[in-house]
Design a protein around this ligand. Structure first.
Ligand code: DGL
Length: 265
């Protein structure tokens, strides 16, 4: 039986999940958090579902061994590939996955055209097709895989000319097609909001699901009587790549520095 004071495990293929971690910390400041960046295996976007499932089993095993009371897949690509498998492996463990915000975008669009920026893995998945079937019958959804963006963000590049050009090449066609609502379907992309704001008209809404994931975690913990009751403790970081790489970008992407330990894989 997990304790209220046990930590919550949060993972991503790399640094993208830090955008979700920030939302969790804002909403649930008393929770102790363990963050795993699977940076030795990033990007997930072009890997096979089977490969990603193996990675997620390894990371879930690690969180479980650390006594985590819940796990958050702060990664759309990991969720489509592996959340069902993890739910089978750990039927009694609260697991929070995430998916592109198709439902709120379909409700918000006035032009009737919605754009989705996400990884190839997410856009090609059956889970994403089911999401469109369920919520997007009355709108036109244009999907745009974005290879190359994740690698820039992993390196702490949020504004170089090369990145700007790559991002514009993905976004321009969506704007030209009349899209007034843009879904950020990968947790790395919220870090590009400042750059996006320079290339997207102000009336285009940009939606991500980090805050919704934090609320879902809150609901699950509350329902099981597992919400932490202060005081807040340290957030601890692990990486499956060289720890210095993650600690080097933490101040930029998390707003603070932090110690990173090596996750053996
Ligand atoms: N941040 C991840 C997502 O939300 C995956 C990026 C990647 O590793 O390709 O999909």
């Amino acid at each position: 039986m997990a304790e209220r004071s046990a930590p919550v495990g949060v993972m991503d293929s790399g640094v993208g999940g830090l955008s979700v971690l920030a939302e969790i910390q804002r909403l649930l400041p008393n929770e102790s958090l363990l963050y795993v960046a699977d940076s030795g295996h990033v990007p997930y976007g072009e890997k096979s579902p089977d490969y990603i499932r193996q990675r997620l089993r390894h990371i879930a095993g690690f969180f479980h061994a650390q006594g985590a009371k819940a796990m958050v897949l702060a990664c759309n690509t990991a969720t489509v590939a592996a959340v069902a498998d993890l739910r089978e492996c750990y039927p009694d463990w609260p697991l929070v996955g995430m998916e592109p915000a198709v439902k709120p975008a379909a409700a918000a669009t006035r032009s009737g055209v919605v754009g989705v920026l996400a990884t190839t893995g997410t856009l090609q998945s059956a889970k994403f097709a089911a999401l469109l079937d369920r919520f997007a019958n009355d709108v036109k959804v244009i999907t745009q895989p974005c290879p190359g963006l994740v690698e820039c963000i992993e390196a702490g590049d949020l504004a170089s000319p090369a990145l700007r050009q790559l991002l514009a090449s993905y976004v321009q066609p969506l704007l030209e097609a009349g899209c007034d609502t843009l879904i950020l379907g990968c947790t790395h992309y919220p870090f590009l909001r400042p750059l996006l704001a320079q290339m997207v008209p102000a009336e285009v809404a940009i939606i991500d699901t980090g805050a919704a994931v934090a609320r879902q975690l809150q609901r699950l913990l509350e329902a099981r009587g597992l919400l932490a009751e202060g005081p807040a403790r340290e957030t601890t970081f692990w990486s499956s790549a060289e720890p210095d790489t993650l600690s080097g970008v933490l101040p930029l992407l998390w707003g603070r520095s932090g110690q990173v330990q090596r996750l053996l894989s």
